[in-house]
Design a protein around this ligand. Structure first.
Ligand SMILES: [Zn+2]
Ligand SMILES: [Zn+2]
Length: 164
């Protein structure tokens, strides 16, 4: 009996049991959390294994090291950033320029304001702006005249129009 109260002994044993169970759960949770976290940050199996082992072996110290060394972005964040960069790049590429003088133009310009090059023409029926190469209006399916070269009638010149 070693002089200890048997009741106290039982309580102590239960308390120790709970504490150990809690410690083991905490330990396992840390390992599982680390494994999940590293898996969301890299596809490299070796890095995943290393990070998890770090926490398995060193526990809290390992977790601290892992938090310092882990990749900054999750794969999802990296993917989203890549998408954003791509969209930004596309924006820059889509900025329209005049094909002959490279001046910036708007999508609905009919001529280049700098060099007067013809950029678009109006549909004879619905009046919407058409690409010079199109021979049919895609909006109202009207045949428009044969494609004009960009230098042709760069500006309307009524006095030079042949009279029929
Ligand atoms: Zn131009
Ligand atoms: Zn049309």
């Amino acid at each position: 009996m070693l002089g200890a109260d048997p009741n106290l002994n039982t309580i102590l044993q239960i308390a120790i049991g709970f504490l150990s169970a809690f410690a083991i759960s905490l330990y396992l949770s840390l390992v599982i959390w680390t494994f999940r976290d590293i898996r969301s940050r890299t596809r490299d199996v070796f890095a995943q294994l290393l990070a998890t082992l770090l926490v398995v072996v060193l526990n809290f110290a390992g977790l601290l090291l892992y938090l310092i060394l882990r990749p900054k972005e999750t794969l999802t964040q990296a993917y989203e950033r890549a998408l954003e960069e791509e969209a930004l790049l596309r924006d820059v590429e889509e900025r329209l320029t005049c094909p002959s003088c490279r001046a910036p133009i708007e999508k609905d310009f009919m001529i280049c304001p700098e060099c007067q090059t013809r950029l678009r023409r109006k549909c004879t029926k619905c009046g919407r702006l058409l690409d010079l190469r199109w021979t049919t209006c895609p909006y109202c399916v009207t045949d428009v005249q044969a494609p004009l070269s960009r230098r042709d009638e760069s500006l309307p010149r009524p006095e030079m129009e042949p009279q029929r």
